[in-house]
Design a protein around this ligand. Structure first.
Ligand code: ZN
Length: 329
């Protein structure tokens, strides 16, 4: 056998190993997505059927394969098992493999694609969590930060720094700017601009409160005074009930800070761009749908999953989109 064939076979071996590891980790991610929002332990209890409660047998817990063999049905009661479990496992396996294909172990070392894969695993968890519950687990965001910091240290001190920096186009300053490039604007939009815009332009309650307060400043007959203060109390109650309006959650901001450190500022801006565009398309689709169906349900949806789609894309696009745009200018 020639050396080249041997080299190709060893690559194939690595990819198979990474794919299988990804599938197993994906099945752990399913547990995280399901249990973290409920505050349940990740290790203690065995998996149960969501319908009949029967414990799922060891041999039915093989990632991807079991779901296909059982054709998505519980062996005990025949209830449908969501294809999502299989989708998360396959997605993790495929993304891990693609990461190891793009960032080959010979030149990048094993740790670089591994940390990137772990980072993507955490991104998958918060994406589904946010989609389900509109919140992200702090612990998973923290792990994301740890993977990004570890990657920075790995590139600086343990890997082939010059090669990685020239191939990825991500330098240490790029990473440090990336930490703030999207997170800081999101922080401003989410916690300053959106609440102010809402208060002054959108909220009827706030408008009414301002009007009532102005009336209280002028001279009022005792009867009017009591009427206005009562109305003001009512409006305050309504405002309090609705709660503060934010454009983005704190989770989105931490997510984009970690992604910026991991991918550098050009890629994280690309991620935000893809996230905002896909989120806007989804949002207008929801709006059109609710107008047609005439349901007055609120169209608020979690933005995090779209930022996560952007991050996954940015891992593979890298600085490409940014560089193409800059060269157009
Ligand atoms: Zn069952």
């Amino acid at each position: 056998m020639s050396i080249e064939i041997l080299a190709k076979l060893s690559y194939l071996g690595i990819y198979i190993f990474v794919f299988l590891s990804g599938a197993v980790i994906g099945s752990f991610l399913n547990v995280c997505i399901l249990r973290l929002p409920l505050g349940e332990s990740l290790v203690k209890r065995n998996s149960h059927c969501m319908t009949c409660g029967a414990e799922i047998k060891r041999y039915d817990l093989i990632p991807i394969v079991s779901w296909i063999i059982l054709r998505g049905k519980c062996r005990n009661c025949g209830a449908t098992i969501s294809p999502r479990y299989m989708i998360v496992e396959s997605l993790t396996a495929v993304l891990f493999t693609l990461t190891f294909v793009k960032y080959d172990t010979v030149n990048f070392g094993f740790v670089y694609p591994m940390l990137l894969s772990f980072f993507l695993a955490a991104v998958i968890v918060v994406a589904f969590e946010d989609f389900d519950t509109k919140t992200m687990s702090i612990s998973v965001l923290l792990w994301m930060g740890i993977f990004a910091i570890a990657q920075t240290i790995n590139v600086m001190f343990f890997a082939n720094t010059a090669y990685i920096e020239s191939m990825t186009g991500i330098s240490l300053p790029d990473r440090l700017i990336g930490l703030f490039a999207v997170s800081l604007p999101l922080l401003l939009i989410g916690f300053v601009i959106t609440p102010l815009f809402y208060m002054y332009f959108l909220s009827e309650d706030h408008k009414e409160r301002r009007k009532l307060r102005r009336r209280l400043k002028g001279e009022l007959a005792p009867f009017d005074y009591n009427r206005v203060t009562a109305a003001l109390k009512e409006v305050n109650g309504r405002i309090e009930e609705k709660g503060q309006v934010f454009g983005f959650g704190m989770g989105d901001i931490v997510l984009m800070a970690a992604a910026g450190l991991m991918l550098g500022f050009k890629a994280v801006v690309t991620a935000a761009f893809i996230g905002i565009v896909s989120g806007a398309i989804y949002g207008s689709f929801l709006k059109a749908k609710s107008v047609n169906e005439e349901n007055k349900e609120d169209n608020a949806f979690a933005f995090g999953p779209f930022l996560c789609i952007g991050i996954v894309a940015a891992v593979f696009i890298g600085n490409g989109l940014w560089d193409a745009y800059v060269s157009l200018l």
